[in-house]
Design a protein around this ligand. Structure first.
Ligand SMILES: [Zn+2]
Ligand SMILES: [Zn+2]
Length: 306
């Protein structure tokens, strides 16, 4: 490579993934004309309230390819133009239900403008113009969708948090030995963290509701089975699982994945990943599926966060 660079080719032919961020504000309403008012309210909660509500969306477009002679995967002004003309100029300050034909609910093919449906349709619209690797769309900082081009698999992540204390020590070892392994985390009276928890589910998008699964049911599962149970506890004593298992971030994330896996299956999705951030400096990630998609999403996450 030194030889190539010395010829002034500026990395030509080497591969790279680039990302571009774009924002838009838009409103939407979850209301299916074939359902009664009661059915819409029961299915979609406050999202069914007329005339809708809005979000500040953040879009991250990941693209990949070989560098050209100018040292770029793509000319950034062309990327900006494609995202603006195909996406943001059409959605910004609009009522999403009345923008793209994919959201026209009077047609049997129309679906609700959910985050995961939007991400997939944004991919479809940008794909002829840009060498896409992934689309990530944030509806808010605690809810986002990823689409990687596989028609059967979309990803939705909900983020939540809880506060808990723990002590890292194995009961069969002496205090000195525990401090040698776990450092300050083995101090006798424990310490606490504000844990951030990301739950990522995978599934295909329902053609009518635009959803991988019922979002409020997913949020209830995470709240009822994890947050309510773990929040403001001393994990070692209050959670029976950790009476015999050291509550490292890794073990907590694994336990959460065990708690959520089957219940998430029962609402029609697959638990793909659990990410538990203990502090800004350390986090544990559990990948529950060993698929090509999994490998791709790991790569994408690396691009975004490291
Ligand atoms: Zn909304
Ligand atoms: Zn700790």
């Amino acid at each position: 490579m030194t030889e190539i660079n010395s010829k002034g080719l500026h990395g030509k032919g080497r591969k790279c993934v680039i990302t571009r961020r774009a924002c838009f504000s838009a409103s939407h309403q979850y209301w299916l004309p074939e359902l009664s008012t009661t059915e819409n309210t029961n299915s979609f909660g406050p999202c069914a309230i007329s005339p809708g509500h809005g979000h500040n969306y953040e879009l991250i477009v990941s693209m990949g390819g070989e560098l050209d002679a100018n040292g770029m995967v793509l000319n950034l002004s062309e990327v900006k133009h494609a995202i603006h003309s195909e996406i943001t100029s059409q959605l910004n300050f609009r009522f999403l239900n009345e923008t793209w034909p994919e959201f026209k609910l009077s047609s049997p093919e129309g679906c609700l403008p959910t985050t995961e449906a939007l991400a997939k349709i944004i991919w479809k619209r940008l794909n002829p113009h840009l060498p896409l690797i992934a689309i990530r769309l944030y509806e808010q900082t605690s809810l986002w969708a990823d689409y990687l081009g596989n028609t059967m698999s979309s990803f939705l992540t909900v983020q939540t948090h809880f506060a808990a204390a723990h002590r890292l020590a194995r009961p069969e070892l002496s205090q000195t030995e525990n401090e040698r392994i776990y450092g300050k985390c083995a101090r006798p009276h424990g310490h606490g963290h504000n844990y951030l928890l990301d739950i990522t589910v995978r599934g295909s998008i329902n053609k009518r509701t635009g959803m991988i699964c019922d979002l409020s049911k997913l949020q209830c599962l995470v709240d009822d089975l994890v947050v309510e149970v773990f929040d403001h506890t001393f994990l070692n004593k209050d959670i029976s699982y950790f009476e015999t298992c050291v509550p490292t971030a890794e073990n907590i994330a694994l336990h959460i994945s065990d708690l959520l896996s089957e219940p998430i299956k029962s609402i029609g999705a697959t638990l793909h990943k659990v990410r538990l951030q203990e502090s800004p400096n350390n986090a544990a990630e559990i990948y529950l599926e060993n698929t090509d998609v999994d490998a791709t999403s790991k790569r994408i996450n690396t691009v975004h966060y490291q």
